[in-house]
Design a protein around this ligand. Structure first.
Ligand code: ATP
Ligand code: MG
Length: 568
């Protein structure tokens, strides 16, 4: 490709609405342009990257024996009614009507459609296992689209669905996808981790996520390599502390705390640490509000809480007027002593003695609170997020926490959809049995943003080789004034292209500084500078995007280096 014919517009200024580095660089490098909230156009340069991701994914899916198909993006409501998700899925689902007032949605995922395909196509156990996949546009009406293509509303997903005769078969299909995903992210040159995960809106039992590690990641990942443990913090379990509770040393005392609304206010007033206080959060329940009691320094885990009996899902904080009506106090003054609402205590709270909490009366707290004496010894549940240093569930180590971007998710669905939609095949004994399903997603568009989060410097993107829109950029200096440079550049361009490399020839009539800056911003791995001085010596100036210095190399050396690097 010749730069002069590529219509690429790069930006010097950092766009105001972009919060994170990948979003900024994708806009500055001209990979995408925003159409509207959560909607992006993939410009020619960006589309080259997207196609590279797709190709690696497609090759590995094919290699794993999956069969590519393409389902409609628009799906009839009846299928969603059959699976029971039409009412459950909520505002993420973009619903619409056709001219006959029939209801449809724009697919956020395709379990219903594929189950409909499978129930008509698959008749006998002899046809199984089958794994169908597609690479296709999804729409989710995200409440807060942000980070550019990483959390957009329209995005491209690779979604695959396996069908097996029994759990044993499902496990094998799942393991194959685990291996294929590992191969994909390795080939793409990304640093990633596989973690245990929550199954969310999709449902099912076992699930694992693939995370690209980056500080800007929306997810927190708890891991311990010694104990071979890794889990999304959403699902990382905590257990009862392994310590005996200390004896009470203080008397229970109610004291005025005017204006104290938060744990920080309370700690400042009393000069105690948050770990010696208890906070009470009131959430909506299926039968009226429910109180959740946590140590003051711990964070509530929504995924765990919304699975508790009597707690509404998705987790919703009760509003202050509901709380006032139910307890006679405002949030900030609540506590477990004398609490009239149904209560869940987090495990860690039960280990406290002489603690401080709200008195269920505005402007008052208790201190010196002790279990058994001031309130009954509580039953406890797992309500909080793990923190650094917590023991692993296996007990062999302690947890570290890293940030990650979820780029893939694999699930064992079991018979949830096949049962609801009656997707059966005939078994060897002639009986009809419900198929076991798995589903496997990869965020194709999100990978591009995640790769940039992990690979950039102050000058721009630093593409891992397999993702780069071009393998090499040829910067021709003064090409429009020197015939020697023009000839050398054209010959190199032809030869490298012939060798199968993706070559960008910067043939613009522009200053070298402009060309260098653009080459760095768009992140091309190899840069070769062709100028009169080098030609006279039979040399070219070579630099890898990760190098700090350029090197003068013989033409042959450059050719060999580039040809070798293209053998991936
Ligand atoms: P998240 O937790 O990030 O909202 P999810 O768990 O709802 O994602 P899945 O249903 O597991 O998403 O979808 C499979 C993959 O699709 C995800 O692993 C992610 O890479 C990608 N994906 C999901 N939502 C979006 C989005 N809004 N924008 C871009 N990619 C997305
Ligand atoms: Mg997911």
């Amino acid at each position: 490709m010749r730069f002069s014919e590529f219509a690429l517009t790069t930006l010097k200024e950092v766009p105001a609405d972009a919060e994170i580095v990948s979003h900024k660089l994708m806009l500055r490098a001209g990979l995408v342009r925003r159409l509207s909230s959560g909607l992006f156009t993939w410009m020619p340069l960006g589309l080259r990257v997207l196609r590279k991701v797709e190709n690696v994914v497609r090759e590995e899916m094919d290699r794993a024996g999956a069969l590519e198909l393409l389902m409609p993006a628009v799906q009839p409501a009846e299928l969603w009614v059959e699976s029971g998700r039409w009412d459950k899925y909520g505002p993420l689902l973009l619903r619409m009507q056709d001219r006959h007032s029939r209801e449809f949605c724009f697919g956020p995922t395709h379990e219903e459609v594929i189950t409909d395909v499978a129930r008509s196509e698959l008749r006998s156990y002899k046809q199984l296992p089958v794994n169908y996949y597609q690479i296709q546009t999804k729409f989710r009406d995200e409440i807060r689209p942000r980070f550019g293509v990483m959390r957009s509303r329209e995005f491209i997903m690779k979604d695959a669905y396996s069908f097996d005769i029994d759990q044993d078969g499902l496990q094998k299909s799942y393991d194959r996808m685990h291996a294929a995903y590992t191969a994909i992210f390795e080939r793409l040159g990304l640093k990633f981790r596989v973690v245990d995960a929550d199954s969310g809106e999709i449902g099912g039992s076992r699930s694992q996520e693939f995370h690209v590690l980056a500080d800007s990641g929306e997810d927190a990942i708890a891991y311990c390599d010694e104990d071979h443990y890794a889990s999304n913090v959403e699902t990382a379990a905590t257990s009862k502390p392994d310590v005996d509770r200390a004896d009470a040393t203080e008397d229970l005392e109610k004291f005025p705390t005017p204006g104290v609304k938060t744990i920080e206010d309370l700690c400042e007033l009393l000069g105690v640490g948050a770990a010696q206080t208890v906070k009470t959060l009131v959430v909506e329940g299926t039968d009226g509000p429910v109180a959740l009691i946590l140590r003051g320094d711990h964070e509530l885990n929504a995924v765990k809480a919304q699975k508790l009996a009597g707690v509404a899902s998705p987790l919703t904080m009760a509003d202050p007027s509901t709380i006032w009506k139910a307890t006679g106090a405002n949030p900030g003054s609540l506590g477990p002593v004398g609490m009239t609402l149904p209560v869940y205590f987090d495990h860690a709270v039960a280990a406290l003695s002489d603690f401080t909490c709200g008195a269920n009366e505005d402007g008052f707290h208790y201190k010196g609170v002790n279990f058994e004496r001031d309130l009954p010894d509580p039953e406890t549940v797992d309500l909080r997020n793990v923190v650094i240093g917590d023991p692993t569930p296996g007990g062999k180590g302690t947890l570290s926490i890293a940030r990650g971007i979820e780029v893939g998710h694999i699930f064992q669905l079991g018979t949830q959809y096949s049962e609801a939609m009656n997707a059966t095949v005939q078994a060897s004994d002639g009986q009809n049995i419900v198929m076991e399903m798995g589903c496997y997603g990869i965020g194709i568009t999100r990978i591009v943003g995640a790769a940039i989060e992990q690979n950039h410097d102050e000058n721009g993107i630093v593409w891992p080789g397999p993702l780069a829109p071009f393998d090499v950029v040829l910067v021709a200096i003064n090409m429009h004034r020197s015939d020697d440079v023009r000839e050398a550049a054209e010959a190199l361009y032809a030869e490298l292209t012939e060798a199968g490399l993706d070559v960008l020839l910067d043939d613009r009539d522009a200053r070298p500084g402009v060309k260098f800056a653009d080459a760095e911003l768009i992140g091309i791995p190899h840069r070769v500078v062709i100028g009169d001085r080098g030609i006279a010596k039979g040399e070219l100036e070579y630099r890898h995007r990760r190098d700090t210095e350029s090197r003068d190399l013989k033409r042959e050396e450059v050719l060999n280096l580039l040809k070798e690097s293209s053998i991936r």
